[in-house]
Every structure is written in C-alpha cells, then in structure tokens.
Design a protein around this ligand. Structure first.
Ligand SMILES: [Zn+2]
Length: 238
C-alpha cells in the first residue's frame, strides 16, 4: 500500500532530502540516531556516530549527514532550519513530549542561529486520536504537566476514521481518545513556530499505515511490529 508520506512544506524548501520510511526499511547507511529513551535529550549528530553511541531522542545535523529517529506509534518530527540550513529529527512519544523533547529541539536549533519562524516541520505517521485511548487519570496528569499548552485536545467519543484500512482500536477501558499529534503541534506553536510552518502527515499507524507499523496494534494482536525510520538531511551541494 502506497501511503503519501510527503510533506509539501519540506518539499518546498528545495535544500533538504527526507523520508518517513515504511516500517521495517533500513535507514540511510550514514544516518546518525540515538539510543532512544523517551527523554528530552537532544544531541548533535557527531555524538551518535556510529548510531546509538549515546542516549538521545532528538538529533541535530549541521552537515550533509542524515539524522534519523525510529518510531512505531510515537511521533517522528523532522525539522529544517531555513536560516542556517540545519536539520533535526525528533522522537516524540507521549512521555518524551511531556518531558519537553520538542521544546528542547527548537531551543537547541535556536542556540545555533535559527529563529522559530525560520523552522519548518513535518510530523510523520503516528498513532492518531482514532486509535489512541488513554485512561482518564493520564489525561489529568497530562493537563497538569508543566509546559503543556491548554486546553489539551482529546475526544470523549472515539473519532471515526473514514480512511482506516483496518479496524480501529477497540476501547479497552472507559478512557478518552487522545490527540498526541495535536499536543505536539500546540507545543511547537507555543515555541513561537507559525502554524503555517508545521505539516502533519495524517497517517494513523494503527489503522491506516502498512502492517507492522504499530506498537499498540501489536500489543492487541501480537502481530509483530517493526520500526519506522524517519530521516532528514541537507541536500549535498556536490
Ligand atoms: Zn487510527
């Protein structure tokens, strides 16, 4: 199944190459990526050559090397700084997002000369509100976390996804349906990034993406899952 995983915004820049690869496909041979721990740690690419040299959930590239993250249901976020021509890849699951990994990535790019309005971002395939049930207790925890913009986006009723290619997640508890990509976008905007600079590729890993994409689907059906690598690099001038 061919899903459209292109970001018109990143495509429009003209100086980046990037991909939200299908689950199970190998990353570029030179890609730097961290040993991911749902942390707010963001490092330079040189610190993760070879890959997984250190723990990090965000990685910044200042040269031609690809920087990558691997995800299942978590958000892969790719960032391009149009001013310095730097790039970043961020692994933003719920935990890492609440710990501030997106804020940290923006901050670190800005320490290197970016400004929030010079950043262009794409949020890739991730679990969407149509399939992401959380307990009520989690919702209060999220709402009370420092740095979380209000109001927090969630649905009482499970949203129907007309584009689903397999059954949506079944309710497992009297929970709520959480909008993690929505939270990420709110936080990025709270960092000063214009909404028009944020693309969201609306592919739910649970019910829309290729088989083997979803950690949660696997936990419901023991069907197995594989990581999706998402990467970005400055296009080589040579
Ligand atoms: Zn879904």
């Amino acid at each position: 199944m061919a899903l459209n995983s292109r970001s018109p915004l990143l495509d429009s820049l003209g100086w980046v190459d990037y991909a939200f690869q299908p689950a199970g496909a190998a990353p570029p041979a030179d890609a730097a990526y961290g040993h991911q721990r749902h942390s707010a740690s963001v490092v330079m690419d040189s610190e993760n050559v070879p890959p997984k040299s250190c723990e990090s959930d965000g990685i910044i590239g200042t040269g031609d090397r690809a920087v990558a993250v691997y995800t299942a249901d978590c958000l892969p976020v790719l960032i391009a700084d149009d001013k310095q021509k730097h790039v970043a890849a961020v692994h933003a699951g719920l935990k890492g997002t609440l710990r501030g990994v997106l804020y940290r990535a923006v901050e670190k790019l800005c320490e290197r000369g970016a400004t929030p309005d010079s950043l262009f971002l794409a949020i890739g395939p991730a679990i969407a509100p149509c399939c992401y049930e959380l307990g009520q207790n989690m919702l209060s925890e999220i709402a009370q976390t420092t740095g979380v913009p209000q109001p927090v986006r969630w649905h009482q009723q499970q949203p129907h996804n007309p584009q689903a290619v397999r059954a949506q997640a079944q309710a497992q508890q009297q929970g709520i349906w959480f909008d993690l990509p929505g939270l990420a976008k709110q936080m990025l905007m709270a960092s000063g990034i214009p909404a028009a600079h944020i693309d969201h590729i609306q592919v739910c890993t649970y019910c829309m993406a290729e088989a083997g994409s979803s950690y949660r689907y696997n936990s419901h059906f023991s069907s197995g899952y594989q990581s999706r690598y998402s990467w970005i690099r400055r296009r080589s001038s040579g």
